[in-house]
Design a protein around this ligand. Structure first.
Ligand code: NI
Length: 135
């Protein structure tokens, strides 16, 4: 998306502009990557990105990410201020035990539900990210 403003973007203002959960807004781009923010709470779903890593930064709240790795399943906990990268090809399922705000960094066009996923629940938006101006 190259129609972005060249002005600074306030993340608190961006997050205040929408209320949907698991529904990322694209706040800027870096080369061919989107920087996205979203509110999250409750469970996302098991999915996998075959061709890209996925970067998470917790801005507020707490995010847990379950991972299915060759050695078995584990869950990492990301308190506010933590970062974590899910490697490409690793099945993962994010979960937020409290109202949480996260920032994601991933290639433009990356689907929130990955290339393969289980059934998408109603409270999860399957999207490649929305423009911030759709408020
Ligand atoms: Ni993912």
């Amino acid at each position: 998306m190259r129609d972005m403003t060249n002005e600074p973007v306030s993340l608190p203002a961006a997050l205040a502009s929408f209320t949907e959960q698991w529904s990322p807004r694209i706040v800027t781009t870096v080369n061919d990557y989107d920087v996205r923010v979203t509110h999250v709470e409750g469970e996302h779903l098991w999915h996998v990105h075959d061709d890209t890593d996925e970067f998470f930064l917790v801005l507020e709240g707490e995010l847990r990410i379950s991972l299915r790795e060759p050695g078995g399943e584990r869950t990492v906990t990301l308190p506010k201020g933590s970062v974590f990268t899910v490697p490409r090809g690793t099945e993962h399922k994010p979960y937020a035990p409290v109202p949480t705000e996260i920032l994601l960094l991933e290639p433009t066009g990356t689907s929130t539900v990955g290339d393969r996923h289980e059934e998408v629940p109603d409270h999860v938006d399957a999207t490649t990210g929305h423009a911030l101006t759709s408020r």
